[in-house]
Design a protein around this ligand. Structure first.
Ligand code: C2O
Ligand code: CU
Length: 476
């Protein structure tokens, strides 16, 4: 967070008091917190107000919403190939839905109101049932009124384990989020603020790691940890460095990559994106090892610290982490692919005519996809940007004609990132969300899989609501 604009002060003494162990949880595995099962084998997720506290060093938070009353929602853990069965039960005073970000699933289960299902009205329920074809780190979140429902906390981790346990000493998930809180710890209710919509989205003043403030975590000498990072923030991008620690990226957006050091020593994750890391802790360290976020220049801060302590697990020397088994994602035929172009425009200083920008802003819009803002929050009254036939390979050239960063997400598909500004993308990863820098041109390819209408949008909630949203159709 930006220490200088955080309204509630945090002294260094308080920071230390909140360190390791102060919030120790009970005997159940921490991840199973908040899980409720119905008699007929559904896991129930009930949306509603969440009582939540950043004590002992932060405020009680008011105005947060959660699944089953907790923030973030319960962590859902399955094994690859298992079936997810969730009963969404809407305890809010407004309609909602759940999107299973990054999961390849039948269109009817994708959770987009008006497009794949009716909105779930207050007091109503909806059953999500589908198989989980891919192992990896995914997440779930509301797909309605994102600027408010995401900002209030309707997000959670969805982890699909490989059939064989990956060889690490510990598997840890950090769901990163960002809050705009006032002096009393109340969620500031200026959702859809036009400044946020036209600039970088809603950037908050308080960063949390799976619902906790930055703190110090104990690790054992020589321990090998798999760290699953998820960015559930509305607008904040994280650019993380890991001190002197040996870090390897083993998966991006759930999909395995050949283990490698992070590009430029930094792990960059925009809203919606994930990265799985393997960290090998040294046999000893005479100071805490720190994770810093330096994405925004001049606004760097310490996200977390590791204290190496206790019985050694091993003497520190570890081999390269092994490669994760590939998921059964179809490989696009790039040469035989049909090509489409998607151009993003608008935003402040975007070179759009003043008249046009003002006209859009009167409607709460600020962004365009192929020249048009999508005026409906869900794009359901718009024609598809393009139509594909099931099984067909498609190449999209994305152009970011704006002065802003945009994490672009495709529903229901993972695409290979082929090139960026004419250069081959290092390792050409498979992703479901990719970050575009201002003025970037990025070329991706994928195979159209399940028939239906699939969303394609910027994952900055305020950009999405401000017009940066489209849809493509896959027909049988
Ligand atoms: Cu994670 Cu359409 O969203
Ligand atoms: Cu955007």
């Amino acid at each position: 967070m930006f220490e200088h604009d955080r309204p509630w002060r945090l002294s260094r003494r308080a920071f230390l008091a909140g360190s390791a162990g102060a919030l120790g949880l009970a005997a159940l595995p921490a991840w199973s917190r908040g899980l409720v099962t119905t008699d007929d084998g559904f896991v129930r997720l009930r949306t509603g107000p969440a009582a939540w506290s950043l004590k002992p060093v932060g405020p009680d938070v008011s105005g947060a919403w959660g699944y089953n009353g907790i923030v973030p929602g319960p962590t859902l853990r399955y094994r690859q190939g298992e079936q997810l069965r969730i009963l969404l039960d809407n305890g809010l005073a407004q309609s909602t839905s759940v999107h299973w970000h990054g999961i390849r699933l039948p269109n009817a289960m994708d959770g987009v109101p008006h497009v794949t299902q009716p909105p779930v009205e207050p007091g109503e329920t909806f059953e999500y049932v589908f198989d989980l074809p891919d192992a990896g780190t995914y997440w779930y979140h509301s797909h309605l009124n994102g600027p408010e429902q995401l900002a209030r906390g309707l997000v959670g981790a969805l982890i699909v384990e490989e059939p064989e346990a990956y060889p690490v000493d510990r598997d840890i998930a950090w769901l990163l989020d960002d809050w705009r809180l006032d002096r009393e710890g109340q969620v500031v209710e200026n959702f859809h603020d036009m400044h946020d919509v036209t600039h970088a989205g809603r950037i908050g003043n308080t960063v949390t790691i799976s619902g906790r403030l930055p703190h110090t975590m104990d690790v054992r000498p020589g321990e090998r940890v798999r760290l699953r990072l998820m960015n559930a923030a509305n607008g904040r991008i994280f650019g993380l460095t890991f001190d002197d620690l040996p870090v390897h990226v083993i998966a991006l957006d759930g999909q395995p990559v050949v283990p490698r050091e992070p590009e430029g020593g930094r792990v960059v994750i925009g809203p919606g994106m994930r990265a799985d890391l393997v960290i090998d802790y040294p046999a000893e360290a005479d100071r805490p090892l720190v994770v810093r976020d330096d994405f925004y220049q001049g606004r760097e801060y310490q996200l977390m610290a590791f204290s190496v302590t206790g019985e050694p697990v091993r003497d520190g020397a570890s081999e390269m982490p092994p490669e994760l088994p590939a998921n059964p994602v179809p490989e696009p035929d790039v040469d035989g692919a049909e090509t489409h172009e998607v151009v993003f425009g608008g935003g402040m200083m975007g070179g759009m005519g003043r008249e046009q920008m003002m006209a859009m802003m009167r409607e709460g819009m600020a962004w365009t996809v192929n020249g048009e803002p999508v005026a409906s929050p869900n794009g359901h009254d718009h024609e598809p940007l393009f139509t594909l036939t099931r099984g067909q390979s498609c190449r999209i050239i994305f152009r970011n004609n704006t002065r802003w960063h945009h994490p672009i997400h495709l529903h229901g598909h993972h695409f290979r990132v082929l090139t960026r500004n004419g250069e081959k993308e290092p390792h050409q990863p498979l992703r479901d969300t990719m970050l575009m820098d201002p003025q970037d041109t990025v070329e991706v390819a994928f195979v159209a899989e399940e028939p239906g209408d699939w969303m394609l949008h910027c994952h900055v909630a305020e950009h999405q609501a401000g017009g940066m949203m489209g849809m493509f159709r896959v027909r049988d």
